[in-house]
Design a protein around this ligand. Structure first.
Ligand SMILES: Cc1cc2nc3c(=O)[nH]c(=O)nc-3n(C[C@H](O)[C@H](O)[C@H](O)COP(=O)(O)OP(=O)(O)OC[C@H]3O[C@@H](n4cnc5c(N)ncnc54)[C@H](O)[C@@H]3O)c2cc1C
Length: 320
């Protein structure tokens, strides 16, 4: 196995990773960034991004991520294809294995591996993604103002996103697979009080219809077997996200769903020299701008850490 020593390793190429790269490069940390299986991150699977500041006319997700990459390259970030497959944070400097065949020895590691939305896996879902189908009401709800939409889910996120959509859309059908929701009582009450939300209990999605864009959704009552066609232009999936953090289990402190825990007000993890940013550590906001913001924090925290560490090493050497 080949081995390489780097000062700052960034894992992931979404808004968080590239922002960390821009700041780390400009601070002279010579970062090496591995892009992972989805170069550009989650935004590469969406069409319009309308809420990222600085783009008054909006921009497509893939275009925006090309801009992020270009900006990181302009300051000299070493951007590479490759997936971090294993880590060892038990001793310092840290070890990260790339594609199972290359070892990176890193003085600092920035984890920006993001999260993946969970999908239902039903007919039409992938084909119509970005053309009526979305996993983010806050991101895409605005495109469905005054229209009828469906949202699927039964937890707090689904309840919150249904309430958000109810402010923008004419009618919101909330599909719940069982005869009760998992959401907290207060969130459920809020949903039930909104007159333009109709909860369809014991209801599952059968398929999504539409050639170019979503035209309707076929749903089925799993108690009676009765199928109904809902004429809607938007279909939101709110059944949860999975942070891409499996390889860090056992090293980094995480919550029960795998979101990395950072020390309040910073990107620092429980391991010195390892920083986390973006959706991998954020189960609340999950936006490009917040991911980029925490990416900036991670680079600044890494810079401070490396500077302090260097001073410590010099002092140790001087006293030896
Ligand atoms: C359909 C959709 C539409 C959205 N629209 C908007 C919007 O309009 N506005 C908005 O603000 N937000 C939007 N979001 C949310 C936004 O995309 C995320 O909040 C943001 O991308 C999170 O950035 P991130 O850098 O943390 O992670 P991600 O974008 O998830 O990127 C993670 C990166 O890590 C890499 N990676 C993962 N595992 C490894 C590994 N083991 N080794 C190396 N690399 C790895 C991946 O390849 C990827 O490059 C949308 C999300 C979706 C799914």
């Amino acid at each position: 196995m080949t081995s390489e020593k780097v000062s700052c390793l960034i894992i992931g190429s979404g808004p968080a990773g590239y922002t960390a790269a821009i700041y780390a490069s400009r601070a002279g940390l010579n970062p090496v960034l591995y892009q992972g299986g989805q170069p550009g991150g989650q935004l590469t699977i969406t069409t319009e991004v309308d809420n990222y500041p600085g783009y008054p006319d909006g921009i497509t997700g893939p275009e925006m991520m090309i801009n992020f990459e270009k900006q990181a390259k302009r300051f000299g970030t070493d951007i590479r294809y490759g997936l971090a497959t294993e880590v060892d944070f038990t001793s310092y400097p840290h070890k990260v294995i790339i594609d199972g065949k290359k070892e990176i020895i890193a003085d600092s590691v920035i984890v920006s591996t993001g999260a993946s939305a969970k999908w239902l896996g039903i007919d039409g879902e992938e084909r119509l993604n970005g053309r009526g189908v979305s996993a983010c009401a806050v991101c895409d709800g605005f495109f469905f103002r005054g229209q009828d939409v469906v949202i699927v889910g039964a937890g707090d996120t689904a309840a919150e996103e249904a309430s958000y959509l109810a402010k923008l859309c004419r009618k919101v059908y909330l599909l719940v697979r069982r005869d009760e929701m998992r959401a907290s009582k207060i969130m459920q009450k809020r949903v039930e009080m909104l007159p333009n939300i109709e909860i369809l209990w014991n209801t599952e999605t059968v398929k999504l219809n539409g050639e170019e864009d979503l035209e309707s959704v076929v749903v089925k009552n799993n108690k009676t077997g009765e199928e109904t066609v809902l004429d809607v232009s938007g279909f939101f999936v709110a059944i949860g996200h999975k942070p891409n953090t499996d390889i860090f289990k056992g090293y980094l402190h995480m919550d029960e769903t795998g979101y990395i825990q950072t020390i309040k007000g910073s990107s620092c993890t429980n391991i010195k020299g390892v920083f986390a940013c973006g959706d991998a550590q954020d189960n609340v906001y999950r936006q490009a701008v917040t991911a980029a913001g925490t990416g900036c924090m991670a680079a600044l925290d890494a810079e401070r850490f490396l500077m302090e560490h260097e001073v410590e090493v010099i002092m140790e050497e001087a006293s030896a």
